[in-house]
Structure formats: structure tokens, C-alpha cells
Design a protein around this ligand. Structure first.
Ligand SMILES: [Cu+2]
Length: 339
């Protein structure tokens, strides 16, 4: 059982859910009298009715803060050359213990010390160079979605292949097509290298840009805290329930653009649902015209969408996975709309 620290700090995590013995194992650890698999209403135990945890993960413990990650876009550094703009980043892979819910530690593998890794952002047509240094104890790669040559694809056995501990490489490719992509480690076993935390959003802006908006990045992820290849914790941007405790503040009537990425492993599908509102959906962000006005979308593993909406009324509005189990294990949050 990986759960350390204060078990009592996790009133909601023990509820749940016929997903196997996993959750009942947690339930027993937390409250043995509940035994295996009973679906007690822990929201009631939690006292606040909807808040999943008591207290908050201290961002200083992790060295990153979901409240900042949600608006943190890493544009790297640029320089002009005769053939155009070259945009460059340096990414470091390192092993790092993180806290994914109060008292729940997870031995993560990280890009630049955070999960998700930095949201890399570029403009269509630029030349991109990513210097990758592996300071982890395991071989890793960086595999980018997008259009590029085989040698830059970041998979074992082709190009630089696996980057061994202490080694580095530089990936180089053009920024195309515009849209919302992602990057992740592609070493094997693949599901484990992704689930450990080696992933991030990768945004290529169209040449003409997009309308001015309050932009947010949400990477839907999960954590298998007991190595049974199912997730015990679900979240957006890693920390369970964090946006319940620290709602994302947005301005009434302002355009909000959400870059939504599903990098969940071990579960086939994830979803995003907004309360009391609807959003325009731009699948993979590769078109400037939305395909749908809706309030719920489903994403498979690795799928992405850009969502645009405005909140016409002030107040607090939930967003969460419409897979109830995921929501109750951490994947829920609030927008707080101010005047
Ligand atoms: Cu890896």
C-alpha cells in the first residue's frame, strides 16, 4: 500500500467502486469496517458534500502548482535565422516523488520536475529543437505528435532511440500541423512510461492566431498508486480535487479557451463535462471552425480537443469527468466566474 501520511485526509478516496479489489483495498486501509467494495457515500463523510479531500497538497512539496500549470505555456526561446524562426527548449527527465492527493505519494518520472511536463507552445511553420537530457535512472525518449521524419519520432530503435540515463539528444522538426498535440515518452513498457508522468501538451498556434481568450490547459491524467494497472487517483493536471479547493477563476462573458488533453492510461475512455454551460468543440484543434456545441465530450487515450466557451453568469460551476468513478476519485473541479 503506497498510501503514506495521514489516511484520514482522504475521506473520498475510499468510497468506491466496482473497479476491482483495488479500491476496496484502499477502503480497508482507510476504514476497515467498510470492507470490500461497499459504495458508502463518502461525500457525506467528507462533511462538505462535494469537496473530495481535507486540506490541499502543498504546491511547495511538489515544486509545481496546478493553479499555475493551468495557465502556464512554455514558449521556449527563439532566434531568427536566414530560413525563419528556430524555437528551442531544454527538457530534463528525472525521477521524483510527487503528492497526487493529500497524503498520497507517487514515485513519478517527470519532464522538468513536473507532471504534466511543460506545455510546449510554438507557431505553425517554425523550426523546433528540443534538447532532451535524461537524468532519470531509466531509459526514456520524447515522442512528439505532429508531422516529422522517422528519425525524430522518439521511439526505441530508430534515430537516437532510447536515451540512456546520463545521455542526451536533440529532436528537431517543423511545427506542423497547427492544433493541440502532445508529447510523451515512448520507451517500453509504454503504458508504464506514460503513466509514471512522462507527458505534456504540445500546442502549435495557427499562423493567423486564434481570437483573444483566457487560455487554460487541462491534461486529464491518473495514477496507479499500487501497481495493479488500474488507477486509484484521477485528476486534471495531477492533483486530485485541487480545483475544488482552488477554483479556476474566470471573468464573466470573457472567451475561455481550454486545451484539453487525455493522457490517461489503463482506462480506455475519459470525459469532460461542464455544468450550466455549453462549449464549442474543435477536435484536435486542427480547424478554426467548431464541429459541435455541447456540454460533454469523450476522449480516448491520447485524444485532444480545444473547447471554447463564455460564462454568462457569475458563480461557481463544476466541471468533471462524466465517468462518475473518475470524478469521485479526484477528477472534478470548479470554475469561479467573477464580474
Ligand atoms: Cu520513459
Amino acid at each position: 500500500m503506497l498510501i503514506g501520511g495521514s489516511l484520514a485526509a482522504l475521506p473520498l478516496i475510499h468510497e468506491l467502486v466496482p473497479h476491482g479489489q483495488v479500491h476496496s483495498g484502499i477502503a480497508q486501509a482507510l476504514e476497515p469496517q467498510h470492507g470490500g467494495g461497499g459504495a458508502h457515500s463518502t461525500a457525506a463523510h467528507a462533511g462538505s458534500g462535494h469537496n473530495g479531500t481535507v486540506g490541499r497538497v502543498d504546491p511547495a512539496v511538489n515544486g509545481f502548482d496546478p493553479a499555475e500549470i493551468v495557465r502556464d505555456f512554455d514558449w521556449g526561446t527563439t532566434r531568427r535565422t536566414a530560413t525563419g524562426t528556430v524555437r528551442e527548449w531544454e527538457i530534463l527527465a528525472e525521477d521524483k516523488e510527487i503528492e497526487v492527493a493529500p497524503g498520497v505519494k507517487y514515485a513519478a518520472w517527470t519532464y522538468n520536475g513536473r507532471v504534466p511536463g511543460p506545455t510546449l507552445r510554438a507557431r505553425e511553420g517554425e523550426r523546433l529543437r528540443v534538447r532532451f537530457v535524461n537524468a532519470s535512472r531509466h531509459p526514456h525518449t520524447m515522442h512528439f505528435h505532429g508531422i516529422h521524419t522517422a528519425s525524430q519520432d522518439g521511439i526505441p530503435g530508430i534515430g537516437a532511440g532510447n536515451i540512456e540515463p546520463g545521455r542526451s539528444t536533440t529532436y528537431e522538426f517543423g511545427a506542423e500541423p497547427f492544433g493541440l498535440h502532445l508529447y510523451h515518452c515512448h520507451s517500453t513498457p509504454l503504458a508504464d512510461h506514460i503513466a509514471k508522468g512522462l507527458y505534456g501538451a504540445f500546442i502549435i498556434d495557427p499562423k493567423q492566431g486564434r481570437p483573444e481568450a483566457d487560455e487554460l490547459v487541462m491534461v486529464m491524467n491518473g495514477f496507479d498508486t499500487n501497481f495493479d494497472r488500474t488507477n486509484e487517483i484521477y485528476a486534471v493536471n495531477t492533483v486530485a480535487f485541487d480545483y475544488m479547493n482552488e477554483p479556476i477563476r474566470v471573468k464573466r462573458d470573457e472567451l475561455v479557451r481550454i486545451y484539453l488533453v487525455n493522457i490517461l492510461e489503463y482506462d480506455l475512455l475519459n470525459s469532460f463535462h461542464i455544468h450550466a454551460n455549453f462549449f464549442n468543440r474543435f477536435p484536435t484543434g486542427t480547424s478554426l471552425e467548431p464541429t459541435e456545441l455541447t456540454d460533454t465530450i469523450i476522449q480516448g487515450q491520447g485524444q485532444r480537443d480545444i473547447l471554447e466557451l463564455r460564462f454568462p453568469y457569475t458563480g461557481k460551476y463544476m466541471f468533471h469527468a462524466h465517468v462518475s468513478e473518475f470524478a469521485e476519485l479526484g477528477w472534478m473541479g470548479f470554475f469561479e466566474v467573477y464580474e
